[in-house]
Design a protein around this ligand. Structure first.
Ligand code: ADP
Length: 487
Protein backbone atom coordinates (compact mmCIF):
# COMPACT_ATOMS: atom_id res chain seq x y z
CA UNK A 1 0.00 0.00 0.00
CA UNK A 2 2.92 2.35 0.57
CA UNK A 3 4.23 1.70 -2.88
CA UNK A 4 0.85 2.08 -4.50
CA UNK A 5 0.74 5.77 -3.69
CA UNK A 6 4.18 6.63 -5.09
CA UNK A 7 5.16 7.72 -8.60
CA UNK A 8 8.76 6.65 -7.95
CA UNK A 9 8.60 3.49 -5.89
CA UNK A 10 12.36 3.32 -5.50
CA UNK A 11 12.19 6.22 -3.01
CA UNK A 12 11.18 3.77 -0.30
CA UNK A 13 13.91 1.39 0.74
CA UNK A 14 14.26 -1.29 3.37
CA UNK A 15 18.00 -0.81 3.60
CA UNK A 16 20.15 1.63 5.55
CA UNK A 17 23.02 3.68 4.16
CA UNK A 18 26.16 2.75 6.09
CA UNK A 19 29.21 4.54 4.77
CA UNK A 20 29.67 3.68 1.10
CA UNK A 21 26.98 1.01 0.82
CA UNK A 22 23.33 0.23 1.39
CA UNK A 23 22.89 -2.65 3.81
CA UNK A 24 19.88 -4.90 4.18
CA UNK A 25 20.93 -6.43 7.49
CA UNK A 26 23.13 -5.34 10.37
CA UNK A 27 25.68 -7.25 12.41
CA UNK A 28 23.18 -7.76 15.23
CA UNK A 29 20.79 -9.49 12.87
CA UNK A 30 17.88 -7.46 14.27
CA UNK A 31 15.13 -5.57 12.50
CA UNK A 32 12.39 -3.13 13.47
CA UNK A 33 9.16 -2.00 11.91
CA UNK A 34 8.10 1.45 10.84
CA UNK A 35 4.36 1.96 11.23
CA UNK A 36 1.81 4.51 10.12
CA UNK A 37 0.62 6.30 13.30
CA UNK A 38 -2.70 6.98 11.65
CA UNK A 39 -3.59 3.35 10.92
CA UNK A 40 -1.04 1.17 12.67
CA UNK A 41 -0.14 -0.38 9.31
CA UNK A 42 3.45 -1.63 8.96
CA UNK A 43 5.22 0.38 6.27
CA UNK A 44 8.68 -1.13 6.26
CA UNK A 45 10.98 -3.45 8.15
CA UNK A 46 14.48 -2.03 8.53
CA UNK A 47 17.79 -3.31 9.86
CA UNK A 48 18.24 -2.42 13.54
CA UNK A 49 21.91 -1.50 13.38
CA UNK A 50 24.49 -1.78 16.14
CA UNK A 51 27.86 -0.35 17.17
CA UNK A 52 29.69 -2.03 14.34
CA UNK A 53 27.74 -0.15 11.68
CA UNK A 54 28.07 3.15 13.52
CA UNK A 55 31.86 2.73 13.53
CA UNK A 56 31.92 1.68 9.88
CA UNK A 57 29.92 4.75 8.92
CA UNK A 58 32.20 7.05 10.91
CA UNK A 59 35.27 5.47 9.34
CA UNK A 60 33.88 5.92 5.81
CA UNK A 61 32.85 9.49 6.62
CA UNK A 62 36.34 10.21 7.87
CA UNK A 63 37.94 9.00 4.64
CA UNK A 64 35.41 10.65 2.31
CA UNK A 65 35.60 13.99 4.09
CA UNK A 66 39.29 14.47 3.34
CA UNK A 67 38.62 14.58 -0.40
CA UNK A 68 35.39 16.50 -0.10
CA UNK A 69 37.12 19.28 1.82
CA UNK A 70 39.53 19.72 -1.12
CA UNK A 71 36.71 20.46 -3.55
CA UNK A 72 35.85 24.07 -4.24
CA UNK A 73 32.75 25.62 -2.75
CA UNK A 74 31.36 25.82 -6.25
CA UNK A 75 31.71 22.07 -6.79
CA UNK A 76 30.01 21.34 -3.48
CA UNK A 77 27.31 23.85 -4.36
CA UNK A 78 26.59 22.06 -7.62
CA UNK A 79 25.77 18.81 -5.81
CA UNK A 80 23.47 20.56 -3.36
CA UNK A 81 21.76 22.40 -6.21
CA UNK A 82 21.04 19.09 -7.93
CA UNK A 83 19.75 17.68 -4.64
CA UNK A 84 17.49 20.70 -4.24
CA UNK A 85 16.09 20.18 -7.74
CA UNK A 86 15.48 16.49 -7.02
CA UNK A 87 13.72 17.26 -3.73
CA UNK A 88 11.43 19.72 -5.49
CA UNK A 89 10.71 17.46 -8.46
CA UNK A 90 9.88 14.57 -6.10
CA UNK A 91 7.96 16.68 -3.59
CA UNK A 92 4.70 14.75 -3.88
CA UNK A 93 6.28 11.35 -3.29
CA UNK A 94 8.43 12.64 -0.46
CA UNK A 95 5.37 14.19 1.17
CA UNK A 96 3.53 10.90 0.83
CA UNK A 97 6.35 8.99 2.54
CA UNK A 98 6.41 11.62 5.27
CA UNK A 99 2.67 11.52 5.92
CA UNK A 100 2.71 7.73 5.93
CA UNK A 101 5.37 7.45 8.61
CA UNK A 102 4.60 10.55 10.64
CA UNK A 103 0.90 11.27 10.20
CA UNK A 104 0.83 15.01 9.48
CA UNK A 105 -1.68 16.20 6.88
CA UNK A 106 -0.30 15.72 3.36
CA UNK A 107 -0.33 19.43 2.43
CA UNK A 108 1.73 20.12 5.57
CA UNK A 109 4.11 17.31 4.65
CA UNK A 110 4.52 18.88 1.22
CA UNK A 111 5.29 22.18 2.92
CA UNK A 112 7.91 20.46 5.05
CA UNK A 113 9.67 18.95 2.02
CA UNK A 114 9.88 22.38 0.37
CA UNK A 115 11.03 23.90 3.67
CA UNK A 116 13.75 21.24 4.02
CA UNK A 117 14.73 21.75 0.38
CA UNK A 118 15.07 25.48 0.97
CA UNK A 119 17.98 24.77 3.35
CA UNK A 120 19.65 22.62 0.71
CA UNK A 121 19.32 25.43 -1.82
CA UNK A 122 20.44 28.09 0.67
CA UNK A 123 23.50 26.29 2.00
CA UNK A 124 24.50 25.24 -1.50
CA UNK A 125 24.66 28.93 -2.30
CA UNK A 126 26.51 29.67 0.95
CA UNK A 127 29.15 27.02 0.16
CA UNK A 128 30.83 29.64 -2.03
CA UNK A 129 30.84 32.27 0.69
CA UNK A 130 32.68 30.75 3.63
CA UNK A 131 34.80 33.86 3.90
CA UNK A 132 37.80 34.34 6.13
CA UNK A 133 39.42 37.61 7.13
CA UNK A 134 42.69 39.49 7.01
CA UNK A 135 43.79 41.47 10.04
CA UNK A 136 46.43 44.23 10.09
CA UNK A 137 49.57 42.77 11.66
CA UNK A 138 50.59 43.58 15.22
CA UNK A 139 54.24 44.01 14.15
CA UNK A 140 55.71 45.50 10.95
CA UNK A 141 56.71 42.10 9.56
CA UNK A 142 53.52 40.27 10.48
CA UNK A 143 50.58 39.41 8.25
CA UNK A 144 47.51 37.84 9.82
CA UNK A 145 45.05 35.69 7.90
CA UNK A 146 41.91 34.00 9.26
CA UNK A 147 40.55 31.00 7.37
CA UNK A 148 37.51 28.83 8.02
CA UNK A 149 37.88 25.11 7.49
CA UNK A 150 35.33 22.30 7.64
CA UNK A 151 35.08 20.91 11.15
CA UNK A 152 35.27 17.29 9.92
CA UNK A 153 32.96 14.36 10.53
CA UNK A 154 29.62 15.40 12.01
CA UNK A 155 27.23 13.14 13.90
CA UNK A 156 23.54 14.07 13.62
CA UNK A 157 20.59 12.84 15.68
CA UNK A 158 17.16 14.01 14.57
CA UNK A 159 13.57 13.75 15.83
CA UNK A 160 10.35 12.44 14.28
CA UNK A 161 8.32 15.66 14.14
CA UNK A 162 10.01 16.96 10.96
CA UNK A 163 11.57 13.80 9.52
CA UNK A 164 12.86 15.55 6.41
CA UNK A 165 13.51 19.15 7.39
CA UNK A 166 15.36 18.57 10.66
CA UNK A 167 17.88 16.42 8.84
CA UNK A 168 18.06 18.54 5.66
CA UNK A 169 18.95 21.62 7.64
CA UNK A 170 21.85 19.83 9.31
CA UNK A 171 23.06 17.84 6.34
CA UNK A 172 23.05 20.76 3.89
CA UNK A 173 25.33 23.14 5.82
CA UNK A 174 27.65 20.27 6.79
CA UNK A 175 28.05 19.13 3.19
CA UNK A 176 28.32 22.73 1.96
CA UNK A 177 31.11 23.48 4.44
CA UNK A 178 33.11 20.43 3.35
CA UNK A 179 32.15 18.12 6.22
CA UNK A 180 30.75 14.62 6.13
CA UNK A 181 27.79 13.43 8.18
CA UNK A 182 26.68 10.26 9.92
CA UNK A 183 23.01 10.64 10.80
CA UNK A 184 20.58 8.74 12.97
CA UNK A 185 16.96 9.66 12.34
CA UNK A 186 14.26 8.86 14.90
CA UNK A 187 13.26 5.20 14.71
CA UNK A 188 9.60 6.22 14.18
CA UNK A 189 10.42 8.10 10.94
CA UNK A 190 13.54 6.84 9.13
CA UNK A 191 12.00 6.52 5.66
CA UNK A 192 12.11 10.25 4.89
CA UNK A 193 15.78 10.34 5.89
CA UNK A 194 16.55 7.36 3.69
CA UNK A 195 14.73 9.00 0.77
CA UNK A 196 16.87 12.11 1.27
CA UNK A 197 19.98 9.93 1.12
CA UNK A 198 18.78 8.18 -2.04
CA UNK A 199 18.28 11.54 -3.72
CA UNK A 200 21.64 12.83 -2.47
CA UNK A 201 23.23 9.82 -4.13
CA UNK A 202 21.39 10.59 -7.36
CA UNK A 203 22.57 14.19 -7.09
CA UNK A 204 26.14 12.94 -7.20
CA UNK A 205 27.16 13.19 -3.55
CA UNK A 206 30.33 11.09 -3.30
CA UNK A 207 29.96 7.79 -1.40
CA UNK A 208 30.74 7.77 2.33
CA UNK A 209 29.93 11.42 2.91
CA UNK A 210 26.44 10.86 4.22
CA UNK A 211 25.18 7.85 6.19
CA UNK A 212 21.68 7.21 7.49
CA UNK A 213 21.72 4.67 10.30
CA UNK A 214 18.49 2.92 11.16
CA UNK A 215 18.35 1.69 14.73
CA UNK A 216 16.17 1.60 17.81
CA UNK A 217 19.21 1.90 20.07
CA UNK A 218 19.56 5.68 20.11
CA UNK A 219 21.55 5.73 23.35
CA UNK A 220 24.18 3.47 21.78
CA UNK A 221 24.55 5.83 18.82
CA UNK A 222 24.85 8.81 21.17
CA UNK A 223 27.62 7.02 23.06
CA UNK A 224 29.47 6.04 19.90
CA UNK A 225 29.28 9.59 18.56
CA UNK A 226 30.48 11.09 21.83
CA UNK A 227 33.23 8.53 22.36
CA UNK A 228 34.70 8.44 18.85
CA UNK A 229 37.45 10.98 18.30
CA UNK A 230 36.78 11.02 14.59
CA UNK A 231 33.47 12.76 15.31
CA UNK A 232 34.27 16.47 15.59
CA UNK A 233 30.81 17.82 16.02
CA UNK A 234 27.48 16.49 17.17
CA UNK A 235 24.30 18.19 16.04
CA UNK A 236 21.11 17.16 17.81
CA UNK A 237 17.48 18.16 17.64
CA UNK A 238 15.26 16.67 20.31
CA UNK A 239 14.38 16.85 23.96
CA UNK A 240 16.30 18.90 26.50
CA UNK A 241 16.91 15.80 28.64
CA UNK A 242 18.66 13.92 25.86
CA UNK A 243 20.53 17.11 24.93
CA UNK A 244 21.89 17.33 28.47
CA UNK A 245 22.92 13.71 28.37
CA UNK A 246 24.81 14.21 25.10
CA UNK A 247 26.50 17.31 26.48
CA UNK A 248 27.71 15.34 29.50
CA UNK A 249 28.91 12.46 27.31
CA UNK A 250 30.59 14.80 24.84
CA UNK A 251 32.51 16.56 27.62
CA UNK A 252 35.05 13.74 27.56
CA UNK A 253 36.41 14.88 24.21
CA UNK A 254 35.24 18.54 24.39
CA UNK A 255 32.87 17.71 21.56
CA UNK A 256 31.46 20.71 19.72
CA UNK A 257 27.70 20.63 20.02
CA UNK A 258 24.78 22.06 18.13
CA UNK A 259 21.63 21.56 20.17
CA UNK A 260 18.07 22.41 19.16
CA UNK A 261 16.09 21.42 22.24
CA UNK A 262 12.66 21.89 23.72
CA UNK A 263 10.68 25.09 23.92
CA UNK A 264 7.80 26.48 25.94
CA UNK A 265 6.74 29.28 23.63
CA UNK A 266 4.63 32.11 25.00
CA UNK A 267 2.10 33.71 22.66
CA UNK A 268 1.03 37.11 24.00
CA UNK A 269 -1.96 39.06 22.72
CA UNK A 270 -2.16 42.66 23.93
CA UNK A 271 -5.35 44.70 24.08
CA UNK A 272 -4.25 46.77 21.09
CA UNK A 273 -3.65 43.75 18.84
CA UNK A 274 -5.40 43.04 15.56
CA UNK A 275 -7.46 40.18 17.02
CA UNK A 276 -8.21 38.46 13.74
CA UNK A 277 -4.52 38.43 12.86
CA UNK A 278 -3.74 37.11 16.34
CA UNK A 279 -6.25 34.29 15.88
CA UNK A 280 -4.70 33.42 12.50
CA UNK A 281 -1.27 33.40 14.10
CA UNK A 282 -2.42 31.26 17.01
CA UNK A 283 -3.96 28.71 14.64
CA UNK A 284 -0.67 28.27 12.81
CA UNK A 285 1.61 28.54 15.78
CA UNK A 286 -0.40 26.30 18.06
CA UNK A 287 -2.09 23.70 15.89
CA UNK A 288 0.37 23.09 13.06
CA UNK A 289 1.62 19.49 13.11
CA UNK A 290 -1.00 18.75 15.80
CA UNK A 291 1.00 20.96 18.16
CA UNK A 292 4.09 18.80 17.79
CA UNK A 293 6.75 21.39 16.99
CA UNK A 294 9.35 22.87 19.30
CA UNK A 295 8.23 26.37 18.29
CA UNK A 296 4.52 25.73 18.87
CA UNK A 297 2.80 28.24 21.15
CA UNK A 298 2.57 26.40 24.47
CA UNK A 299 1.13 29.18 26.65
CA UNK A 300 -1.25 31.83 25.30
CA UNK A 301 -1.28 35.01 27.42
CA UNK A 302 -4.26 37.17 26.53
CA UNK A 303 -4.75 40.66 27.99
CA UNK A 304 -7.94 41.04 30.00
CA UNK A 305 -9.59 43.56 27.65
CA UNK A 306 -9.66 41.10 24.73
CA UNK A 307 -9.59 37.76 26.57
CA UNK A 308 -13.20 36.78 26.00
CA UNK A 309 -13.30 38.05 22.43
CA UNK A 310 -10.09 36.24 21.55
CA UNK A 311 -11.28 33.01 23.16
CA UNK A 312 -14.56 33.18 21.24
CA UNK A 313 -12.89 33.86 17.88
CA UNK A 314 -10.32 31.13 18.42
CA UNK A 315 -13.00 28.65 19.49
CA UNK A 316 -14.96 29.33 16.31
CA UNK A 317 -11.90 28.46 14.21
CA UNK A 318 -10.90 25.43 16.26
CA UNK A 319 -14.39 23.94 15.98
CA UNK A 320 -13.91 23.96 12.19
CA UNK A 321 -10.75 21.86 12.37
CA UNK A 322 -10.90 18.32 11.12
CA UNK A 323 -9.08 15.45 12.76
CA UNK A 324 -8.15 12.41 10.70
CA UNK A 325 -5.82 10.57 8.39
CA UNK A 326 -3.29 12.88 6.79
CA UNK A 327 -4.36 11.86 3.30
CA UNK A 328 -8.06 12.62 3.81
CA UNK A 329 -9.42 15.77 2.18
CA UNK A 330 -9.63 18.79 4.46
CA UNK A 331 -7.89 17.18 7.45
CA UNK A 332 -6.06 19.77 9.56
CA UNK A 333 -4.93 17.54 12.41
CA UNK A 334 -3.31 14.14 12.13
CA UNK A 335 -2.57 11.64 14.89
CA UNK A 336 -0.05 12.16 17.66
CA UNK A 337 3.14 10.22 17.14
CA UNK A 338 2.65 7.49 19.75
CA UNK A 339 0.92 6.36 22.94
CA UNK A 340 3.32 8.30 25.17
CA UNK A 341 2.50 11.52 23.35
CA UNK A 342 -1.22 10.84 23.69
CA UNK A 343 -0.82 10.08 27.40
CA UNK A 344 1.09 13.30 28.07
CA UNK A 345 -1.49 15.44 26.27
CA UNK A 346 -4.32 13.76 28.17
CA UNK A 347 -2.47 14.24 31.48
CA UNK A 348 -1.89 17.94 30.80
CA UNK A 349 -5.59 18.47 30.16
CA UNK A 350 -6.66 16.44 33.20
CA UNK A 351 -4.20 18.28 35.43
CA UNK A 352 -5.32 21.69 34.14
CA UNK A 353 -9.00 20.88 34.64
CA UNK A 354 -8.32 19.58 38.16
CA UNK A 355 -6.63 22.91 38.92
CA UNK A 356 -9.54 24.99 37.65
CA UNK A 357 -9.27 25.31 33.86
CA UNK A 358 -12.40 25.09 31.70
CA UNK A 359 -12.53 23.06 28.48
CA UNK A 360 -13.96 25.41 25.81
CA UNK A 361 -13.37 23.08 22.86
CA UNK A 362 -12.16 19.48 22.61
CA UNK A 363 -10.36 18.18 25.67
CA UNK A 364 -10.48 14.47 24.90
CA UNK A 365 -9.29 11.78 22.49
CA UNK A 366 -11.05 12.13 19.12
CA UNK A 367 -13.93 9.84 18.22
CA UNK A 368 -11.89 7.75 15.77
CA UNK A 369 -9.73 6.53 18.67
CA UNK A 370 -6.16 5.47 17.99
CA UNK A 371 -3.64 8.29 18.43
CA UNK A 372 -6.03 11.11 17.57
CA UNK A 373 -6.76 13.90 20.04
CA UNK A 374 -9.24 16.74 19.59
CA UNK A 375 -7.86 20.25 19.04
CA UNK A 376 -8.48 21.81 22.43
CA UNK A 377 -8.88 25.22 24.05
CA UNK A 378 -8.67 25.63 27.82
CA UNK A 379 -9.60 28.91 29.49
CA UNK A 380 -8.67 29.97 33.00
CA UNK A 381 -5.15 28.53 32.76
CA UNK A 382 -2.82 29.33 35.67
CA UNK A 383 0.88 29.08 36.48
CA UNK A 384 0.56 26.02 38.73
CA UNK A 385 -0.62 23.81 35.86
CA UNK A 386 1.80 21.38 34.21
CA UNK A 387 1.14 22.88 30.79
CA UNK A 388 2.53 26.17 32.04
CA UNK A 389 5.99 24.76 32.76
CA UNK A 390 6.22 21.70 30.49
CA UNK A 391 6.11 21.46 26.71
CA UNK A 392 2.76 19.81 25.89
CA UNK A 393 3.59 18.86 22.28
CA UNK A 394 -0.06 18.43 21.38
CA UNK A 395 -3.06 20.39 20.08
CA UNK A 396 -3.89 22.09 23.39
CA UNK A 397 -4.19 25.88 23.70
CA UNK A 398 -4.28 27.05 27.33
CA UNK A 399 -5.41 30.69 27.64
CA UNK A 400 -3.91 32.64 30.56
CA UNK A 401 -5.30 36.08 31.44
CA UNK A 402 -3.03 39.03 32.27
CA UNK A 403 -3.48 42.70 33.03
CA UNK A 404 -0.12 44.49 32.62
CA UNK A 405 2.71 44.29 30.09
CA UNK A 406 5.24 43.78 32.91
CA UNK A 407 3.33 40.81 34.25
CA UNK A 408 3.01 39.24 30.80
CA UNK A 409 6.75 39.50 30.20
CA UNK A 410 7.54 38.16 33.64
CA UNK A 411 5.32 35.11 33.11
CA UNK A 412 6.59 34.60 29.57
CA UNK A 413 10.21 34.57 30.73
CA UNK A 414 9.53 32.41 33.78
CA UNK A 415 10.80 29.18 32.20
CA UNK A 416 14.12 27.44 31.69
CA UNK A 417 13.38 27.36 27.96
CA UNK A 418 14.12 30.12 25.43
CA UNK A 419 13.35 29.05 21.87
CA UNK A 420 10.42 30.80 20.15
CA UNK A 421 8.06 33.49 21.42
CA UNK A 422 5.26 35.44 19.80
CA UNK A 423 3.27 38.55 20.55
CA UNK A 424 0.63 40.74 18.93
CA UNK A 425 0.47 44.52 19.31
CA UNK A 426 0.14 47.57 17.07
CA UNK A 427 2.04 49.97 19.29
CA UNK A 428 5.53 50.56 17.86
CA UNK A 429 7.16 51.44 21.17
CA UNK A 430 5.66 48.42 22.86
CA UNK A 431 6.78 46.19 19.98
CA UNK A 432 10.43 47.13 20.49
CA UNK A 433 10.15 47.03 24.28
CA UNK A 434 8.60 43.58 24.39
CA UNK A 435 10.74 42.09 21.60
CA UNK A 436 13.86 43.14 23.50
CA UNK A 437 12.54 41.99 26.89
CA UNK A 438 11.59 38.47 25.81
CA UNK A 439 14.38 36.03 26.73
CA UNK A 440 14.09 33.92 23.60
CA UNK A 441 16.23 33.16 20.55
CA UNK A 442 13.32 34.01 18.24
CA UNK A 443 10.46 36.47 18.48
CA UNK A 444 7.49 36.58 16.11
CA UNK A 445 5.75 39.96 16.19
CA UNK A 446 2.28 39.91 14.67
CA UNK A 447 3.06 36.57 13.05
CA UNK A 448 2.77 32.97 14.16
CA UNK A 449 5.17 31.52 11.61
CA UNK A 450 8.84 32.43 11.85
CA UNK A 451 10.80 29.51 10.39
CA UNK A 452 12.75 30.26 7.21
CA UNK A 453 16.11 29.21 5.84
CA UNK A 454 17.25 32.84 5.59
CA UNK A 455 17.05 33.50 9.36
CA UNK A 456 18.96 32.01 12.31
CA UNK A 457 16.83 29.39 14.06
CA UNK A 458 17.80 28.49 17.60
CA UNK A 459 17.29 29.00 21.28
CA UNK A 460 18.87 30.40 24.41
CA UNK A 461 18.84 29.07 28.01
CA UNK A 462 18.04 25.34 28.05
CA UNK A 463 16.64 25.43 24.51
CA UNK A 464 20.06 24.89 23.05
CA UNK A 465 23.30 25.96 21.47
CA UNK A 466 24.03 27.26 17.99
CA UNK A 467 21.85 28.43 15.12
CA UNK A 468 20.55 26.70 12.00
CA UNK A 469 19.90 28.52 8.74
CA UNK A 470 20.98 31.97 7.54
CA UNK A 471 24.54 33.15 6.93
CA UNK A 472 25.33 32.17 10.53
CA UNK A 473 24.24 28.54 10.15
CA UNK A 474 27.27 27.34 8.21
CA UNK A 475 29.65 28.59 10.90
CA UNK A 476 28.60 25.75 13.19
CA UNK A 477 30.27 23.40 10.72
CA UNK A 478 33.56 25.26 10.41
CA UNK A 479 36.57 25.90 12.60
CA UNK A 480 38.38 29.19 12.51
CA UNK A 481 42.13 29.08 12.02
CA UNK A 482 44.45 32.04 12.31
CA UNK A 483 47.69 32.03 10.36
CA UNK A 484 50.43 34.41 11.44
CA UNK A 485 53.00 35.07 8.75
CA UNK A 486 56.30 36.80 9.24
CA UNK A 487 57.47 38.34 5.95
P1 ADP B 1 11.27 13.13 21.36
O1 ADP B 1 10.56 13.29 22.65
O2 ADP B 1 11.01 14.16 20.37
O3 ADP B 1 11.23 11.74 20.82
P2 ADP B 1 14.02 12.61 21.98
O4 ADP B 1 15.04 13.56 22.47
O5 ADP B 1 13.73 11.41 22.82
O6 ADP B 1 12.76 13.48 21.74
O7 ADP B 1 14.38 12.10 20.53
C1 ADP B 1 15.08 12.85 19.57
C2 ADP B 1 16.14 11.97 18.95
O8 ADP B 1 17.07 11.59 19.96
C3 ADP B 1 15.62 10.68 18.34
O9 ADP B 1 16.37 10.38 17.18
C4 ADP B 1 15.90 9.67 19.43
O10 ADP B 1 16.04 8.37 18.93
C5 ADP B 1 17.22 10.20 19.97
N1 ADP B 1 17.56 9.76 21.34
C6 ADP B 1 16.75 9.39 22.33
N2 ADP B 1 17.45 9.05 23.43
C7 ADP B 1 18.77 9.22 23.12
C8 ADP B 1 19.99 9.05 23.83
N3 ADP B 1 20.03 8.64 25.09
N4 ADP B 1 21.16 9.33 23.19
C9 ADP B 1 21.13 9.76 21.91
N5 ADP B 1 20.01 9.95 21.19
C10 ADP B 1 18.84 9.69 21.78
Amino acid sequence: TVLAKLKDKSLVTDRALVGTGWVAAGSRGLTFEVTNPSTGEVLATLPDLGEEEVRLAIEAAHVAQKNWAKRTGKERAAVLRRLYDLLVSNVDDLATILTLEMGKPWPEARGEILYGASYVEWFGEEAKRVYGDTIPGHQPDKRIIVIKQPIGVVGAITPWNFPNAMLARKMAPAIAAGCSMVSKPAAQTPLSALALALLAERAGLPPGLFSVLTTTDAAMVGQEFCGNEKIRKLTFTGSTNVGKKLMRQGAEQILKLGLELGGNAPFIVFDDADLDAAVDGAMISKYRNAGQTCVCANRLYIQEGVYDAFAAKLAKRVRQMKVGDGFAEGVTTGPLIDQNALKKVQEHVTDAVAKGATVEVGGKPASQGGLFFEPTILTGATGDMRLSTEETFGPIAPLFKFSTEEHAIEMANNTEFGLASYFYSRDVSKIFRVAEALEYGMVGVNTGLISTEVAPFGGIKQSGLGREGSKYGIEDYTEMKYVCLSV
